[in-house]
Every structure is written in C-alpha cells, then in structure tokens.
Design a protein around this ligand. Structure first.
Ligand SMILES: NC(=O)c1ccc[n+]([C@@H]2O[C@H](COP(=O)([O-])OP(=O)(O)OC[C@H]3O[C@@H](n4cnc5c(N)ncnc54)[C@H](O)[C@@H]3O)[C@@H](O)[C@H]2O)c1
Length: 331
C-alpha cells in the first residue's frame, strides 16, 4: 500500500529537501503543511510540488483549528515546524516559547485523535550545549549526555528549552498513546536554500560586500557541519529503519573544524584577498561542538558522504547564483 506522508514544516530548508528526496525516490502520497513564515511559495517550490502532485496545506499550526485541514490518517509524520535560529531566539524569545510550544502540544493532541503510524521529531544539539560547557562532557558527544540549560533566563536558550519539551513530549505521548516515534538531533545542517540567517550565507554576503579587515567572530570555536543531502538521508533512515521506535539519533558529521578554517576557506572560494581579524563571539555560544554519530552509523547505516569543503563550495555557488539571478527553478 502507498504510504501517506505528512511533512509539517515542509516548506522550510530541511523539510523541503526531505520532501524532494521522498518525491524523487519513493512512491508515496506526500503532503506539505506550513504557514510559509519563511516567505511565499517560490518557483522552485511550485515546480517541485506540481511535478510530483504534492498536496500543500497552508496554515498556522499554532491554531488547533488548522489541524482540521489535515487527513486523519498518516503512515509517517515528519515534524519540523518550528521557529529557529539564534537571531530569533535573542530578539523574540517569547515568540519562540509561544510558537514552538504550541506547535508541539497541538501536534501531540492532534495525534491523540488521529491514526498516525510514526512521527519523527527534529531536535537540536543546542539541548546539551550547556552540558558541554558546564560539565566538560566529551567531544565528539554521544546521544546519552544529559541535556542542560546553563542560564535559564538567557533568551538564546528558549529554543533549546522548547526542543527538550518536544523530545520528552513525543517520547512519552508515543509510549502512552501507542504510536511510534524517533528523535533526530541535527548538528549544523547547511546547504543551498537555507535562508539568510545562518553563518554560511552571512559570510557570503559579507565577502560580497568586501568587508575589510574581515572579522573572524569566534575564530577558535569548532563545529562539525552537515551537508543537507546527508542530513536528509539520515532523517529518512531514522524514519524508515525498523527498531528505531523510542530512539534518539545524532544527524551530523564528525568533521570538526574551527570557525577560522571555515571563514578562511569561504574567503578563498569567494576570491577574497584582504586581511582577517579575530573577534569575540556571541554570548552563550558553545566553544566546541561535534556529534558522535556511531549510533546512527551502526543502527541506521547512516554514512555522511559530502566533505565540508565540497558542501561549502556547492552552497557558496548556489548563493552567489541566487543573489545575482534572484531565482532558481526546479526542473
Ligand atoms: N538547520 C539546522 O541546522 C537545524 C539544527 C537543529 C535543529 N533543526 C530543526 O530542524 C527543523 C527544520 O529546520 P530548518 O533549518 O529547515 O528550519 P526552517 O525555518 O527552514 O523550517 C521550519 C519551517 O517551519 C515552518 N513553521 C514555523 N512556524 C509555523 C507555524 N506556526 N505553522 C506552520 N509552519 C510553521 C516555517 O514556515 C518553516 O518552513 C526545525 O524544527 C529545527 O529546529 C535544524
């Protein structure tokens, strides 16, 4: 029987890439549900949904009435709808709490009254950023580290608080109500069409403006960046592999690099010939981050393939082309 699959938050960066992957590689009935908070349906989006007859439901899912637009039975639900990003957390922390909490709670209560096979909830490495800083846990960090908020009043951590609620909510509702659930914790996913609020598009814009000297904020911090195609494959494996109910998986890579390396290589790809100057980073930003992905490798067969240099090149080319032509079309 054809699977009926819902991607909640499916117009977003990762959601649309998951939808595209499923459309191109599976024979499923696909539905995207989103409020298009990141912008209107562009030509790429409409090209993809028209080609594969993907159903699109537009609405604000913080409102319980919007859930009436959905079907009452789905085999798989990818739950990605969320307000994301450090800028949003710092500027509208109250909205992060309101919107993300409502999205999680409304989805859980909708599941109670629907027939849902399995739900995948998307969480974040931010949930244990505090653990690493306060207790010096090992890096690469495995899934079983305790989750920790270092400064409960800091706006930056509102996002992680809502993701912890989501992890606990989905795991416990699933156990009691009898649906399956799996959690993925993403680590710095990047790639074309990720918006303009992430570090890599910020860098592209700053290099295009020929900033001089070029400030290297948080130069000695480390991150492990995960290219979007690898993140999508890991996510779909976490949804589709048997015996993953109740499990949490890191989706990322173990190619840990410094921000200095990232910025200097981006500069090289952007033909920057000026000078660099080290500068301090955002408050609350963790000094080292790299996931241990052994569990996902062993249990899911997850194997990220794209090196950070290759992925960065693809991403920079996409942003330069987008900024010059204004649009890209799905063909
Ligand atoms: N990109 C990363 O590196 C990363 C890292 C950790 C976790 N995550 C998580 O993965 C998921 C997807 O992230 P992304 O980078 O694609 O973000 P994104 O902002 O591109 O996608 C989120 C989507 O949710 C939708 N949405 C927001 N509020 C909504 C509402 N009220 N009703 C309906 N839809 C709503 C947005 O319109 C958007 O399309 C998020 O839950 C995010 O927290 C992402």
């Amino acid at each position: 029987m054809r699977k009926n699959v819902l991607v909640l938050g499916g117009a977003g960066f990762i959601g649309l890439n998951i939808t595209q992957y499923l459309a191109e590689n599976r024979d499923y009935d696909l539905t995207i549900a989103d409020n298009f908070a990141r912008g209107k349906q562009d030509d790429y989006f409409t090209g993809l949904v028209n080609k594969y007859h993907i159903k699109v439901i537009e609405g604000d899912f913080t409102d319980t009435a919007t859930f009436k637009l959905l079907a009452s039975r789905y085999d798989q639900v990818y739950m990605l709808a969320s307000v994301v990003g450090v800028d949003n957390a710092n500027s509208i922390p109250h909205e992060i709490i309101r919107i993300n909490t409502a999205l999680i709670y409304n989805t859980l209560e909708w599941i109670r009254h629907s027939q849902i096979g399995k739900v995948l909830f998307t969480s974040t490495s931010e949930c244990y950023a505090g653990t690493i800083e306060a207790f010096g846990y090992i890096t690469p960090t495995p899934e079983e580290v305790p989750l920790c908020i270092q400064d409960i009043g800091h706006p930056r951590f509102t996002y992680a608080v809502t993701k912890m609620l989501g992890e606990s909510g989905f795991l416990n509702y699933a156990r009691v109500l009898g649906f399956e659930t799996t959690i993925v914790r993403y680590h710095n996913v990047y790639g074309p069409r990720m918006g303009f609020k992430h570090v890599i598009p910020h860098l592209v814009i700053r290099f295009r403006k020929k900033e001089e000297p070029f400030k290297v904020y948080g130069h000695d911090q480390t991150r492990a960046f995960c290219y979007i195609t690898d993140a999508v494959e890991g996510t779909v494996l976490a949804m589709e592999k048997p015996n993953t109910n109740g499990e949490i998986y890191h989706i990322g890579t173990q190619q840990e690099i410094s921000i200095d390396e990232l910025i200097r290589y981006t500069g090289k790809l952007m033909d920057f010939t000026g000078t660099f100057e080290n500068a301090p980073t955002y408050p609350g930003s963790v000094s080292r981050r790299c996931p241990d992905i052994t569990k996902a490798k062993k249990q899911l067969g997850y194997l990220p393939k794209v090196s950070w240099k290759e992925g960065l090149k693809e991403t920079i080319e996409w942003y330069n082309q987008y900024l010059e032509s204004g649009k890209l079309v799905y063909e």
